[in-house]
Design a protein. Structure first.
Lengths: 151, 539
């Protein structure tokens, strides 16, 4: 196994530690994109993030990948710190599997990603309140009735 | 080099599933039912209480009530008895529940959710469990268990996806239904089920819209439709001797985007000259009794046949609704039949006799419309839907509950030029629930709904990225109410519409003015090139 693949596997394993044991097995083993949507989103986007962290951190690729993961974790039974902790885990995973890597440079990128993750987490939670409001507006918004009321 | 400075202990305790303790965290449970609604329905133990409180104000003999309730149901429902005994915990259902896939909470695995009640069954109703208790897989019935039941039986939307995969045919939805019935015996109901059921019982529909307001709503809809088409349609209400009684979910006349589907029905009925009537008495097809108890379901359903009998119609046509069809298709005839005062439904336009609906005399509008299209009795201009790239979400109840898979697709493919299916293991019998069915679509429960809706949204996202899909069509009022919210979070840029809204857009009506807008009042647009995957923004 290439070092990068090994890092990805261990990073994935660390990220799913947040879930109960029975679920960890399922999230890890089931590879179908639709039968295991959470595992798929996590695996696919961690791979993108890893490439970017070891490479140039291109925002147009990093941001969507991070957003996809946080969007899921922001509504699950996780605290804010549990939702973003997987980002920090990469530092120790790389340290264990590729100690020759420039820890300082990677650490800086991980910090940057962690800050982005916090922002995204907050954005998702805010989005949730926004859509909740929009839903209650829609619930009683028959256009004819609104027109009648002059709104 | 190992850097553990940022390691936060995040592994939840690997506790035994038999531990019933649950945390009622805001956003993940529904509000309790208001005492006045519980009272209005004559249900037990009306009181003000909150699931997050330590004291649920249960009756002092709550344990006896539950055990007697279980004994009675084990006697009455052979299915319940069978489902309690027959599960071998093979795990085929484990990863099929959308709530499990979205929340990753093991107690949402269907067999574990069922085990919450099955373990109590074993302890109190089997010889081995009575003697050996937990060694025989039994669990003591405690107040904590009641709270756990409340938490998890209101996290099952009774969508029946798990039952498709069970080699024994165990229907976990029925276990949930019994679980909720038992909770109802203690007065542990949720407001978003009990209030609509009470409104329906007292006034006739979920929002308690009275007959004059019902009439107003339909007349305003006719005004709207006239603006779009230039044609004035009739609004027959309670017309005696009409051939057909039309029953729809009340959301069709008070909520969006349901309302545009109503405009679609109206256009169609006018164009084919259907002799039909609406009813202010049977003004609700939805039946939240299904989520309360068998008795409540029967009570609320009875008005449809009562009204059909009073008006002297020949048969009944039903609109786009989900659980309404589960009740009509699977329970109505047993509960309130036989419908011997009605005739076998025959389409007055094509002469097709709907033998499949002989027992209930009630036809789904998608069957009716597909038959019209099959016989070329209506003309469609699908270009009017060219602004949409459409996919179809099989609403759980019509798909799994009554096998209505092809008819909506037949209509959509004729009414739209751009139609794309979602992946095979997410549609038809295997369709993923919206995560808000069976009375769980409340705003206070949004976080849980977003979890439950994620598997569906994940498939929508796939067709959005692959084909540029921008409209999800469906035939369920709860889908129409909750999917826009779900997609706004998971897949921004995808809107929601009923099948008959798209049909109404495309329907060429005799004598119509030149259409410049669709039923939403939006300008008709020329076909847009489908968005290439690369252009789709990752929301």
């Amino acid at each position: 196994m290439r070092t990068e693949d090994a890092i990805l596997e261990r990073w994935f394993a660390r990220a799913v530690e947040a879930y109960p044991g029975e679920t960890v097995r399922f999230l890890t083993a089931e590879r179908d994109q639709f039968r295991n949507p959470v595992g798929h989103v996590l695996r696919e986007n961690l791979a993108v993030l890893l490439r970017e962290l070891l490479g140039g951190m291109e925002p147009s690729r990093t941001k969507p990948a991070l957003e996809a993961i946080i969007r899921v974790r922001a509504v699950q039974e996780l605290t804010a710190t549990q939702a973003v902790e997987f980002v920090f885990a990469l530092r120790s995973v790389v340290g264990e599997l590729a100690p020759e890597h420039d820890a300082l440079s990677l650490g800086r990128k991980v910090d940057q990603l962690a800050l982005m993750a916090f922002d995204e987490y907050v954005r998702c939670r805010e989005k949730m309140y926004e859509i909740r409001l929009n839903e209650s507006r829609r619930a009683l918004s028959v256009p004819a009735a609104m027109a009648r009321m002059g709104s | 080099m190992t850097d553990n400075r940022h390691k936060i202990e995040q592994v939840p305790p690997r506790s035994d599933w038999r531990d019933p303790a649950v945390e009622f965290r805001k956003g993940t449970y529904c509000h309790s039912a208001g005492a006045k609604y519980v009272e209005a329905l004559g249900l037990p133990n009306p009181r003000d209480w909150n699931p997050a409180d330590a004291d649920w104000k249960l009756p002092s003999d709550w344990k006896e009530i539950i055990l007697n309730g279980m004994a009675e149901r084990l006697e009455r429902f052979r299915s319940f008895k069978l489902f309690m005994d027959v599960c071998v915990r093979c795990g085929a259902c484990a990863d099929k529940c959308h709530y499990y896939l979205g929340s990753n909470d093991p107690k949402n695995m269907p067999m574990v959710r069922a085990e919450l009640i099955r373990s109590v069954y074993r302890r109190y109703f089997t010889p081995a469990g009575r003697v050996f208790g937990s060694l025989a897989g039994g669990r003591e019935l405690t107040e904590e268990v009641i709270k756990e039941w409340f938490y998890y039986f209101y996290q099952c939307s009774e969508c029946r996806r798990c039952s498709v995969f069970c080699p024994f045919g165990i229907d976990t939805a029925e276990i949930t239904m019994i679980g909720r019935e038992l909770l109802n015996l203690l007065g542990c109901n949720i407001n978003w089920i009990t209030k609509p059921a009470a409104d329906c019982f007292r006034v006739g529909n979920h929002l308690g819209i009275q007959p004059h307001a019902f009439k107003d709503s339909l007349e305003f809809a006719a005004d709207e439709l006239e603006e779009v088409t230039g044609i004035r349609v009739d609004i027959p209400i309670g017309k005696k001797g009409a051939e057909v009684l039309f029953v729809m979910p009340s959301a069709d006349f008070f909520a969006t985007p349901h309302y545009y589907t109503l405009l679609g029905y109206m256009s169609l009925f006018h164009e084919i000259g259907l002799d039909f009537t609406y009813s202010a008495y049977a003004s609700e097809g939805g039946n939240f009794g299904l989520f309360t108890s068998h008795e409540m379901m029967k009570r609320l359903n009875a008005k449809i046949y009562d009204e059909a009998r009073r008006l002297g119609v020949k048969w009944i046509l039903g609109g786009e609704c989900g659980h309404m069809w589960r009740v009509l298709h699977q329970y109505m005839e047993t509960m309130n039949g036989p419908a011997d005062f009605l005739e076998a439904p025959v389409s007055p336009v094509t002469g097709t006799r709907f033998e499949n609906a002989r027992s209930t005399s009630m036809v789904h509008i998608c069957e009716f419309t597909a038959d019209l299209l099959y016989h070329d009795k209506i003309t469609l201009d699908p270009k009017r839907n060219d602004k949409w790239s459409v996919t179809y979400h099989d609403s759980c109840n019509p798909a799994r509950g009554m096998g209505l898979l092809e008819e909506p697709r037949y209509v959509l493919k004729r009414a739209c030029n751009n139609f794309h299916e979602m992946p095979e293991n997410t549609i038809r019998e295997q369709t993923f629930c919206c995560g808000s069915g069976s009375g769980l679509g409340t705003d206070e429960n949004l976080e849980m709904r977003l979890r439950g809706g994620f598997p569906r949204a994940n498939a929508v996202r796939h067709v959005r990225e692959k084909h540029g899909v921008n409209l999800l069509s469906c035939i369920c009022a709860i889908d129409k109410a909750t999917m826009p919210t779900l997609l706004e979070y998971w897949v921004p840029g995808v809107e929601v519409a009923g099948v008959h809204e798209l049909l109404g857009n495309a329907l060429v009506m005799t004598g119509e003015k030149e259409r410049t807008t669709n039923l939403r009042g939006e300008p008709l647009q020329a076909a847009v090139p489908e968005t290439s995957p690369a252009e789709v923004v990752h929301g």
